[in-house]
Design a protein around this ligand. Structure first.
Ligand SMILES: C[S@@+](CC[C@H](N)C(=O)[O-])C[C@H]1O[C@@H](n2cnc3c(N)ncnc32)[C@H](O)[C@@H]1O
Length: 286
C-alpha cells in the first residue's frame, strides 16, 4: 500500500462503504458468512483490532476486507499463488461503493511452498479458508512447518476446509454435477463429460470473480483441473499434519452430511470419510 493511500486514510479515515450495494452472491458469501465464521473462531482467542494476521490462500481478499470493515481488524497480509486479490479495489467499488481499499490490507503473490517465515514477521493469527485441500500433498508438511514458524508463541491458526474430498460433493464440481459422491463412482472421463455437457446458469454463490477471465468453457476446464489437483486430505490427516508441524489443537468441529451413502462406497472407504464434509480447526502454537 502506497504512502499516498496511507496519508489519505489518515486524513479522511476509511472510505465509506455500504453493504446495501451488494448484488453478487459470491461476494455476499465471503463478506458475510466466511468473515462471520472466521471472526467467531479467531475473535474469541485474539483481539481483532490489535492482532497482526496472515491469510494463507487469501483468494480475492473479500473475507479480509470484511474482517477490517465489520470486525475492526487492522492488519491482514494475504498471500496466494494466484493474483485474484488484484481485483479487490474494483470489487469493493462495485459491491460496497467503496473508493479505496483500507491500508490494513496488504497482499503478496507467492510460489507454492515459499518459506514465508524468512520475511521475519511474527503473526498473532493465521487463517486459511478453503485452501488446504488445494495444497500439494508433498508440500503440506513443509508449508505447515513454515506457517508454524510465522506465528508467535501463543498465536492461533484457524483452518477451514469444505467440502472435504471424500464427502458427497468433495470434487468441488457441484456447480455442474449434483450427483452425490459422483467423483468416487464415475470414471474421470465420465465426470468430465457431465461438466462439458452442462448447460445453463450455475449457482451464483459458486461463481467467483475469476469466471469472467475464463469464459464458460474455460471455467469448466479450470475447475476440472482444480478437481484433479485436490490432495484428497481427510480431517484426521489434516490434524496429523498440523500436529506434526508442532501445533496443538485448541478446538475443532467436524460437520457431516445426512445423505444415504451408496453401499459400494462403504466397502471402499470408511463411513466417516464419506459423510464428513467440513472441518473447522483452531490450532495453537504453544
Ligand atoms: C478455493 S480458493 C479459496 C480462496 C479464498 N480463501 C476464499 O475463501 O475465497 C483456494 C485458494 O488457495 C490458493 N492456493 C492453493 N495452493 C496454494 C499454496 N500452495 N499457497 C498459497 N495459496 C494457495 C489458490 O490460489 C486459491 O486462491
Amino acid at each position: 500500500m502506497g504512502l499516498i493511500a496511507r496519508l489519505q486514510e489518515r486524513l479522511l479515515g476509511i472510505a465509506p462503504w455500504d453493504a446495501g450495494h451488494i448484488t453478487d452472491e459470491w461476494f455476499r458469501a465471503h463478506f458475510e458468512y466466511a468473515a462471520d465464521v472466521v471472526n467467531h473462531w479467531v475473535g474469541g482467542v485474539l483481539d481483532m483490532p490489535s492482532a497482526r494476521f496472515l491469510n494463507f490462500g487469501c483468494g480475492d481478499g473479500i473475507t479480509d476486507l470484511s474482517l477490517v470493515l465489520r470486525y475492526g481488524a487492522t492488519s491482514i497480509h494475504g498471500v496466494d499463488v494466484r493474483r485474484e486479490y488484484q481485483k479487490l479495489p474494483r470489487i469493493a467499488r462495485e459491491q460496497l461503493g467503496m473508493q479505496r481499499v483500507p491500508v490494513a490490507l496488504t497482499f503478496e503473490t507467492i510460489q507454492s511452498g515459499d518459506a514465508l517465515a524468512q520475511a521475519g514477521v511474527q503473526y498473532d493469527g493465521i487463517m486459511s479458508w478453503s485452501t488446504f485441500e488445494h495444497v500439494r500433498r508433498d508440500q503440506l508438511a513443509t508449508i505447515l512447518a513454515d506457517l508454524h514458524a510465522c506465528l508467535r508463541p501463543g498465536g492461533y491458526f484457524f483452518i477451514q476446509i469444505e467440502p472435504l474430498y471424500f464427502s458427497p460433493y468433495g470434487s468441488h464440481l457441484r456447480r455442474y454435477d449434483d450427483t452425490p459422491w459422483h467423483h468416487l463412482l464415475a470414471t474421470e472421463d465420465a465426470l468430465w463429460k457431465v461438466i462439458e455437457n452442462h448447460q445453463g446458469p450455475i449457482d451464483p454463490a459458486e461463481v467467483d470473480f475469476g469466471f469472467a477471465d475464463f469464459g464458460v468453457d474455460g471455467y469448466k476446464r479450470f475447475v476440472f483441473n482444480e478437481y484433479k489437483a485436490l490432495n484428497r486430505l481427510t480431517a484426521d490427516e489434516l490434524v496429523q499434519f498440523a500436529k506434526g508441524a508442532g501445533f496443538s489443537v485448541a478446538r475443532e468441529e467436524r460437520r457431516t452430511v445426512d445423505l444415504e451413502v451408496p453401499e459400494g462406497l462403504l466397502s471402499q472407504y470408511p463411513r466417516d470419510w464419506l459423510v464428513n464434509n467440513e472441518i473447522f480447526l483452531l490450532l495453537r502454537k504453544d
